[in-house]
Ligand binder design. Structure first.
Ligand code: ADA
Length: 561
């Protein structure tokens, strides 16, 4: 299951999920031995989607690994979609390299044309090696670098032309009653030019546009100014969605959108002209049995728990989430902060041109993939990078320019760990602060800190910029509860969150909070010594989603109006 609604009624699509051949390649022998033409006899089996670190004997494996499957097709034009994978991906079809991509949280499309019909062999090489300078994420993070094809692989069998891409934009009138829609549709013919086709656009099955076109090569069609009257708005907990279908005779694609107005002004985030106070949690896609490859059943349980706690928002820390989870946020009326996995970059890595290039590409992939989700209300560009430096400024500016070029409808932010020395606030719409007074420093640091932060923003002429506390939290080992309540007990965590939430929720200058974090997660090897059980234990629920004491306290506080 990759989405919560049918994406195609006409296009032939098949999931290539199931058992694939698999072989790790720690000594880098595969290319020389031509494993791209077929894996050796002694390879084993693996399930796709899954993370290899959840397999026997591979708990810590990071590096290269090969996958192989076969499929039948009578179509000469194919699009293969890798919905989620770690690191560097190389795709080989019938022994030939047909595509490469670095970074797989937002997926990758790989198109081939003119192939013979029959059985095909698909081989994939993944390399999830991380280092301290060139990779996003770097080796040192505070989650686990699970390896694998951790989301589905989808085969699309195409005709001589297909709908390659589309963008749906809208504006609302003053009363927020009528929407004017603009569409950009990219059509691509594979061989012959001058193909005659009818393109239609439907809203909830009702045709609103149709035109006969002659298409040559790649053709961009702009359809602008179509008005939809009496729309229902998408809102928190009132998630009205509309299906938009593009049909090109034998090909089609369907998406779901919601109409809502987002504004940032006077220290506030406004959704449909009403102030939103964000009551959120940071959530990793992680579970001991599944790694990143969470089944939808578990995602639903996470959503049920998060909603039960009174939350209205999730920060997808620290990478683009599965599309199906974003669909579910759309459906459940939960607002979402999405970001790329750029975590804790020091100055030297920020100066690296390869990081700039990879970061820009990751932003593009994320924004293009997720542009139409109404639940996404802001883009986070990075987390705890060195924003005190010129290199931090330059990369933030380049990312902000890129994202705004692709999407001028959503506010931008990033999570800073140097809030009083940060030099990049003027590049964003919302200031988001990660701070851990009461955990890494003393609790009485909070009040003077907030005063200093507001003074700094005022000095910079940013007194109207909204502030989010994007991370704060305390570690608690599940089941650890004592009369004294020192650090690592559930009672410490509970008292910590009672104090901090009370402080932030009663401060009119703070427009929202994202508690660190929803559930306990496995951490990276570099962090194991400082983290009991090799887990980041700041979850409100443990890794099996059992509630800690703090869960009930947060529920009480977030559920107050
Ligand atoms: C940081 C970071 C999180 C987590 C947290 C912690 O703020 O963004 O990913 O590592 O600290 O638990 O210390």
């Amino acid at each position: 299951m990759i989405r919560l609604f049918e994406r195609h009624k006409k296009r032939r699509t098949t999931l290539l999920d199931g058992i694939w051949k698999f072989k790790t390649d720690p000594e880098d022998k595969g290319i020389g031995a031509e494993w791209f033409k077929g894996l050796p006899e002694d390879s084993s089996d693996i399930v796709v989607p899954a993370c290899w670190n959840n397999e026997m004997g591979l708990y810590h494996y990071e590096g290269k690994a090969w996958y192989e499957t076969t499929f039948e097709s009578d179509s000469s034009n194919l699009n293969l979609v890798f919905h989620g994978f770690s690191g560097q991906l190389e795709v080989y079809l019938d022994g030939k390299n047909i595509g490469s991509q670095y970074g797989g949280f937002a997926g990758f499309n790989c198109t081939v044309k003119g192939i013979e019909s029959g059985e095909h062999q698909l081989v994939v090489l993944l390399d999830n090696t991380h280092d301290d300078l060139n990779t996003i994420p770097l080796a040192r993070v505070d989650w686990f670098h699970y390896g694998g094809l951790f989301r589905s692989v989808e085969l699309m069998e195409l005709g001589d032309i297909w709908i390659k891409d589309y963008k749906i934009d809208y504006s609302l009138d003053e009363e927020l009653k009528n929407a004017t829609l603009d569409f950009e549709v990219v059509l691509k013919g594979f061989n012959s030019t001058g193909l005659k086709r009818k393109l239609s656009i439907l809203v909830d099955e009702e045709e609103i546009y149709s035109e006969d076109l002659v298409i040559s090569g790649e053709t961009v069609v702009n359809v602008v100014g179509l008005t939809l009257e009496d729309i229902k708005l998408w809102d928190i907990n009132q998630a009205k969605l509309y299906n938009i279908s593009f049909e090109l005779e034998a090909d089609d694609i369907i998406d779901r959108i919601g109409f809502r107005k987002i504004e940032v002004k006077d220290k506030k985030l406004l959704l449909n002209e009403k102030e939103v106070e964000i009551k959120g949690v940071n959530r990793h896609e992680d579970h001991p049995d599944w790694g990143f490859a969470l089944p939808f059943k578990l995602m639903k349980k996470d959503m049920d728990i998060i909603k039960d706690m009174g939350c209205n928002s999730i920060r997808g820390s620290h990478y683009p989430n599965a599309e199906i989870f974003l669909d579910y946020c759309d459906q459940e009326g939960i607002i979402f902060w999405e970001e790329i996995p750029m975590w804790g970059f020091p100055e030297e890595a920020l100066q690296n041109p390869m990081i700039m290039e990879r970061g820009l590409d990751m932003h593009e992939k994320m924004v293009v993939r997720d542009y139409h989700h109404p639940s996404i209300i802001m883009w986070g560009m990075h987390n705890e990078v060195d924003t005190r430096t010129q290199a931090g400024y330059d990369i933030t500016q380049a990312f902000a320019d890129k994202v705004r070029e692709l999407d001028n409808t959503r506010p931008l932010t990033y999570a800073t760990m140097h809030p009083l020395k940060d030099i990049c606030y003027n590049l964003v719409d919302i200031v988001s602060v990660n701070k851990y007074f009461g955990w890494y420093q003393e609790m009485d640091g909070w009040k003077p800190f907030l005063k200093d932060l507001k003074a700094k923003l005022k000095d910079e002429g940013l007194e109207d910029i909204p502030i989010i506390i994007s991370e704060f939290g305390a570690g608690a080992v599940y089941g650890e509860s004592t009369f004294e309540g020192p650090k690592w007990t559930e009672n410490y965590q509970q008292d910590y969150l009672e104090y901090t939430l009370d402080l932030f929720m009663n401060d009119p200058d703070i427009m929202g909070t994202y508690i660190w974090q929803y559930c306990d997660i496995r951490t990276a090897r570099e962090m194991e010594l400082g983290r009991p059980r090799s887990f980041n234990n700041k979850g409100l629920v443990n890794e099996y989603r059992n509630p800690k004491l703090a869960y009930w306290k947060v529920k009480e506080m977030y559920s107050k109006q």
